[in-house]
Ligand binder design. Structure first.
Ligand code: C2E
Ligand code: MG
Ligand code: MG
Ligand code: MG
Length: 281
């Protein structure tokens, strides 16, 4: 970054920086009103059993459409929401909306599992576990039909506190998944004590698997580790039949990726994926 800075005339650097800061400020300002203006939606991406090709559930992914800014990706607005204290409201909305949807879809497919992403702030919030329990109650959703995804990096913050929250969620009967696994720096001893049920192999490794022997080895180790710890594995970013064949061979449990389906609106998910087996893949 400083090398870039040194290589550029200051005026250009300052202009780029102030553009970025202006966009940030504009996004945060607009994000503050996103809920009341009904600009947020959840899209759903299928998770598929490698062995049977059955759609076993979905991951709920936030989408934001703003009149002035157009579509803003969660990769951009979730970090801004975290910095500006807005993520709590978005998190509550996502959990509420996903549980309501899950309760409806569970009537058609009782084993359907809805996965919702948490932010590190959720883990820090007193009363979070009670809020989750209350949300399940409100919608009559059995805890076994909910999975909460938390990134490896988020649980690395305050490890002891994170463990307590994850254990309480597990005690409710909710399954806990460690997202983007392999990109943080958790030690094996820490992982072995984490009360989690699922490891999600980060899509970076899956993407590089075809071209890099190293990444293939890392994926093999992660799947083996999960098996040793009696955890399930989800491979993210599965895009080709070659990826799928390799991961199936390793004994990876579930697949998520464009090969099976992109995140889509609820009506499309219900029509194309709910309770189906994707034999054609
Ligand atoms: P994530 O939880 O790791 O979600 C997986 C991301 O990978 C999603 O990006 C999904 O669209 C994308 N993806 C899935 N399959 C493929 C594939 O085959 N190829 C490629 N190239 N990408 C694939 P998305 O929807 O842009 O979300 C980005 C991140 O934003 C998520 O990463 C998650 O960390 C965060 N996020 C999204 N919704 C929420 C939310 O409601 N709450 C919180 N706290 N975070 C959220
Ligand atoms: Mg996720
Ligand atoms: Mg991920
Ligand atoms: Mg991610």
């Amino acid at each position: 970054f400083s090398a870039v800075r040194r290589g550029l005339p200051h005026a250009i650097f300052d202009a780029a920086l102030s553009d970025a800061m202006a966009r940030r400020a504009q996004l945060i300002g607009a994000l503050r009103h996103a809920r009341e203006r009904d600009e947020l939606r959840l899209f759903f991406q299928p998770k598929v059993c490698f062995a049977t090709k059955k759609v076993v559930g979905a991951e709920a992914l936030a989408r934001w459409f703003n009149a002035e800014m157009g579509f803003v990706s969660p990769g951009e607005f979730i970090p801004l929401a975290e910095e500006s204290g807005l993520v709590e409201g978005i998190g509550e909305w996502a959990l509420e909306t996903a549980c309501q949807q899950a309760a409806e879809w569970c009537r058609a497919d009782p084993s359907f599992i809805m996965a919702v992403n948490l932010s590190s702030h959720d883990l820090d919030r007193p009363g979070f576990v009670d809020e989750v329990a209350a949300c399940l109650d409100r919608h009559g959703l059995p805890p076994a039909n909910l999975e909460l995804e938390v990134t490896e990096t988020a649980v690395m913050g305050d490890r002891a506190a994170a463990s307590v929250v994850l254990r309480s969620l597990g005690d409710l009967g909710i399954s806990v998944a460690i997202d983007d696994f392999g990109t943080g720096y958790s030690s094996l001893s820490y992982l072995s004590t984490l009360p989690a049920h699922v490891l999600k192999v980060d899509q970076g490794f899956v993407r590089r698997m075809t071209t890099s022997e190293n990444d293939r080895s890392i994926v093999r180790v992660i799947v083996g580790l999960a098996q040793t710890l009696s955890m399930k594995t989800v491979a993210e970013g599965v895009e080709t039949p070659g990826d799928a064949a390799f991961l199936l061979g390793l004994g990876c449990t579930l697949a998520q990726g464009y090969l099976y389906g992109k995140p889509c609106p609820p009506d499309e998910f219900q029509r194309e994926f709910l309770g189906r087996s994707l034999q054609e893949v």
